[in-house]
Design a protein around this ligand. Structure first.
Ligand SMILES: Nc1ncnc2c1ncn2[C@@H]1O[C@H](COP(=O)(O)OP(=O)(O)OP(=O)(O)O)[C@@H](O)[C@H]1O
Ligand SMILES: [Mg+2]
Length: 521
């Protein structure tokens, strides 16, 4: 066959015989593949598919194959088809037809890169962004959207906006106007700042919104619980809904997060509020005295029992029994407590007849009770009896938005107590308080403010009034942060100081000074 008719074809054409030798290459094939394409020479290695050359497959099946993205030995992307070249039913080899698609591949990669770029940007902003069609059905969203709308709701793609925020697309503000309104999400009713934009391509809308936290203050003056944290507000709302029921509640949270405060609040909201709130700290009383404290004793029950004494359980009759640090309760008393919860009766030490009381139990712990159960240190049946409702108080470092409000509250409390005239706190001191981690949570912040009020001589609390460990922790944090950033920039710049300074956005001489300061060579 005379292959010259292919000479001026727009596609590259190679005719290969069964021995994988090039019989013919047209002009375009030479142009795409470059030098080295010789008639009579081997075709092996011209394309990335040569390692798994489909020639035999084509011979066996008697029909061609097409591969969309093949890389040539000189790095071009081609779309290639390989068809059998047969004469009178005899397989002679194949004809390869290929077209340079490097630009198309480049555009596709660019589109992919742009898409990733947009995704990274969208997912790095804290505002929730949701794309809907004309009717408000969700087509796309960023990762913040799930967080703002509570991650528990599962996939929101495909749902209508009405289902996830309680408002239909028609009920949202007009385009381009940012408005604060109430949305209803699985986290409850929340105030949100919403902006609606119209999509010019394809129709539909982009909604972007963030939750505007509202300060929550319990209405009872004597039990002020202040928070702006949506997570903590949810806890308080849960409490409001169960406080009236006689269910046992287990409060978990780190030390100083407000567990005792919350237990009192539960009592105050319950119908038992006029009756006693009795607290017992299971971790603070020696083990041998704990039973007597809890269940009481009769005269003569043991040496020193000179008269009858009711236990906390009895004192709490009609009211609430708050079992603090429940994780510390010894196993033998766990059995007795379980019996008491199940039967509503108990015996004083040295008493033979059981007594009946009516108490609601609220327990608290800063331990992981579930883990204690796994380790065999806490009875599982008791755990479930106490944990009918579980509320978890987030640590202060996870709700730093509360700090300014708590500072304000404690400042008022202690200026009143110490009769001082302090109007506030300097921005510098507040910055330090905001950057501190509070291992002792709200109690630690309360103590810090009390000591500041005592020390402060002016009308504003300044950095100098703050306790040393808070200040030094702040300085250490700052140092670690900056040193780490410098080392990271140097790593990225492969040791090139000028480039590292550029990456850090600081002047070269500043970097040199800081390297000296931190002892980085
Ligand atoms: N949200 C809050 N608003 C106002 N005051 C708070 C708040 N949370 C805690 N406090 C105050 O912080 C202090 C510590 O709270 P509380 O004693 O209830 O913590 P706790 O979790 O029971 O601590 P522990 O684990 O040590 O028993 C108390 O003086 C309490 O009034
Ligand atoms: Mg407590």
């Amino acid at each position: 066959m005379d292959f010259r008719i292919f000479d001026n074809f727009f596609d590259g054409i190679l005719v290969i015989n069964k021995e994988r030798k090039i019989i013919y290459a047209n002009e375009k094939a030479r142009e795409i593949l470059g030098e080295g394409v010789k008639e009579g020479g081997s075709c092996y290695g011209l394309f990335s598919i040569c390692k798994n050359c489909p020639l035999e497959l084509v011979e066996e099946e008697g029909k061609g194959v097409q591969v969309y993205d093949v890389i040539t030995k000189n790095g071009k992307h081609v779309c290639l088809s390989m068809s059998p070249n047969a004469e009178g039913g005899k397989f002679l080899g194949v004809v390869e037809v290929f077209r340079d698609v490097s630009r198309v591949i480049h555009y596709m990669e660019e589109v992919k890169r742009q898409k990733e770029f947009v995704e990274v940007i969208l997912n790095s902003i804290v505002e929730a962004v949701i794309v809907t069609d004309e009717n408000g059905n969700i087509l796309e969203h960023n990762s913040s959207a799930k967080k703002v709308l509570c991650s528990e709701v599962g996939e929101i793609k495909g749902k209508n906006i009405k289902e996830v925020i309680g408002l239909s697309i028609q009920e949202l503000p007009s385009e381009g106007e940012r408005v604060d309104l109430y949305v209803r999400t699985p986290c409850g009713k929340q105030k949100a700042s919403v902006l609606v934009s119209r999509l010019t391509v394809g129709g539909g809308y982009v909604l972007s919104f963030y939750v505007v936290p509202e300060l929550f203050i319990t209405e009872k003056e004597e039990f002020k619980i202040i928070t702006k944290s949506p997570k903590f507000i949810r806890v308080l709302e849960k409490i409001k809904s169960v406080a009236e029921l006689d269910v046992n509640i287990l409060i978990t949270g780190e030390t100083g997060t407000g567990k005792t405060l919350l237990a009192r609040y539960i009592h105050l909201l319950s119908p038992r509020r006029e009756n006693p709130f009795i607290k017992i700290n299971c971790g603070a009383i020696p083990e041998n005295l704990l039973e007597a404290e809890l269940f009481g004793y009769n005269k003569g029950a043991f040496t020193g029992a000179v008269r009858n004494k009711p236990g906390k359980v009895e004192l709490a009759d009609g009211g609430t029994l708050f079992l603090d640090e429940i994780g510390e309760l010894p196993l033998h008393l766990q059995v007795k407590l379980l019996h008491f919860i199940q039967e509503k009766e108990f015996e004083r030490i040295g008493d033979l007849k059981p007594r009946k009381v009516d108490v609601r139990i609220v327990a608290a712990t800063n331990k992981n009770l579930k883990k204690l159960v796994e380790e065999g240190r806490f009875r599982e049946d008791l755990y479930y009896r106490l944990n009918v409702v579980n509320v978890e108080i987030p640590p202060l470092r996870e709700r730093k938005e509360d700090i300014p409000h708590l500072v304000d509250y404690f400042l008022k409390k202690f200026t009143r107590k110490y009769g001082k005239r302090i109007e506030g706190i300097t921005p510098g001191a507040m910055r330090i308080l905001l950057s501190y981690d509070y291992p002792g949570n709200v109690r630690e912040l309360e103590n810090i403010i009390e000591s500041c009020v005592v020390i402060c001589e002016g009308s504003l609390i300044t950095e100098n009034d703050l306790p040393e460990d808070v200040k030094s922790c702040n300085i250490r944090n700052k140092e670690i942060g900056e040193k780490e950033r410098i080392l990271e920039a140097l790593r990225k710049a492969k040791g090139n100081k000028s480039l590292a300074a550029k990456l850090l956005g600081i002047h070269r001489t500043t970097l040199w000074r800081k390297l000296k300061e931190y002892g980085i060579s």
